[in-house]
Design a protein around this ligand. Structure first.
Ligand code: ZN
Ligand code: ZN
Length: 394
């Protein structure tokens, strides 16, 4: 691709909870759709060369500009307007930002991190500068599972700086010992055969923490990690990153990332809670987190935000991928309707709703996306279902 003007944002994983790919029946459905589209366009092209009596007045060679070989068929296909295949989901959460001043910043290390790391390794080639910053949201498996499959961790020339909350750093360190070079022997080898001894990149960690309200870190933790106050901005070259706490309800961080005045808000795994009195402590915490998110999202260019459920599913009146509903209160995820309202209120130019529920069918993902697209036409603010492999230039 060409020069990066400000930020290039890559979506490697937008699937919530676990990697999900469409089953055969849904792949067959998608195939049928694309086949029908192709056939309709080919026949409509032939129709342009059909006499009023219904006779086709064109030879195959005239239509294709030569014999029906791969080259001519490919050129003919390019003249058709075929819709893009949409991949709603796939790998779990991982994003990457390439900045105009040459930095690579990764957000979360779900299973999408494996492909992300391949791209980074390919881009870095033999270059000398090999620093990667990873910003973690929280420790859940779908945000950390790709770490030990990532090529960047196995190159001794690479330096990887992980900035995240305590749980995210703890999850990586307990599993792999990459920061402390110590492992709890009871945990060694339980989740992965790998550990820091087999991962030759160098690792550094900074815990993002509210240093004014939290008790000071233990001496042992302070010997391993550096500390950054959640209210302070992180600066990487020309990029300014503001972390903020969201409600999952366990600790989770969102990030407002600004480069040359362009803003990307990353907010995975956050719940705007419904269903209790405003005095309920979790309700208060959720509303406070939503207010922080709103403050950081005002006028943003692009936002990625968790919208795992429809309101009817959150309330438990309907299941996701199953007829039987169950209340999703305190599952830590938001309703699509709330994301739409919030992003319109904040006048966010482009909103991508992600962390798709693993049980949501591809057909339904498509239907929701089309509904969002109609709403966008009415409001002028672009809202869509996040799709894997999306690349945005800001
Ligand atoms: Zn998640
Ligand atoms: Zn989570």
């Amino acid at each position: 691709m060409d020069t990066i003007e400000n930020m290039r944002i890559h979506f490697y994983g937008v699937q919530g909870s676990g990697s999900v790919f469409p089953p055969k029946a849904e792949r067959d459905n998608a195939r049928l759709f694309t086949d029908m589209e192709l056939l309709q366009q080919v026949f409509s092209r032939l129709n342009e060369h059909t006499s009023p009596e219904g006779k086709i007045n064109v030879s195959l060679e005239e239509l294709l500009g030569g014999p029906a070989n791969r080259k001519n068929l490919t050129a003919f296909r390019e003249t058709l307007e075929l819709s893009e295949q949409r991949v709603y989901g796939g790998w779990t959460t991982c994003f990457r930002i390439e900045t105009s001043d040459g930095h690579d910043i990764v957000l979360d290390c779900g299973s999408g991190f494996r492909i992300c790391a391949e791209d980074i390794s390919r881009k870095w080639g033999e270059q000398e500068k090999r620093n990667l910053t990873i910003l973690g949201s929280h420790a859940h498996f779908d945000h950390t599972e790709g770490f030990d499959q990532a090529a960047v961790c196995f190159d001794p020339r690479n330096h990887i700086h992980v900035m995240a909350n305590n749980h995210f750093l703890k999850a990586l360190d307990q599993n792999l010992g990459i920061f402390s070079h110590e492992m709890d022997m009871d945990l060694k080898g339980i989740q992965t055969p790998l550990n820091y001894e087999l991962m030759p990149a160098s690792f550094e960690s900074t815990e993002i923490r509210d240093l004014t309200t939290n008790p000071p870190p233990t001496e042992k933790d302070a010997a391993i990690h550096q500390y950054h106050d959640v209210n302070e901005t992180i600066t990487i070259g020309k990029t300014k990153i503001q972390p903020f706490e969201v409600f999952h309800p366990d600790p989770c961080l969102g990030y407002r990332i600004e480069h040359n005045g362009k803003v990307f808000v990353y907010c995975t795994d956050h719940e705007l809670r419904h269903g209790d009195s405003p005095e309920h402590p979790l309700q208060i915490a959720s509303i406070e987190a939503e207010e922080r998110l709103i403050a950081h999202s005002m006028g943003a260019d692009v936002m990625y935000r968790d919208g795992q459920f429809l309101q009817i599913e959150y309330d438990g009146d309907k299941g996701v991928g199953a007829p039987m509903g169950v209340s999703r209160k305190d599952w830590g995820h938001s309703c699509i309707e709330d994301v739409m309202n919030m992003s319109e209120h904040c006048k966010v130019k482009q909103t991508y709703i992600g962390h798709h529920d693993p049980n949501r069918s591809w057909l339904e993902r498509n239907w929701i996306d089309e509904t969002l697209s109609r709403r966008s036409e009415q409001t002028g603010f672009d809202i869509e279902m996040a799709k894997a492999e999306t690349v945005i230039d800001l």
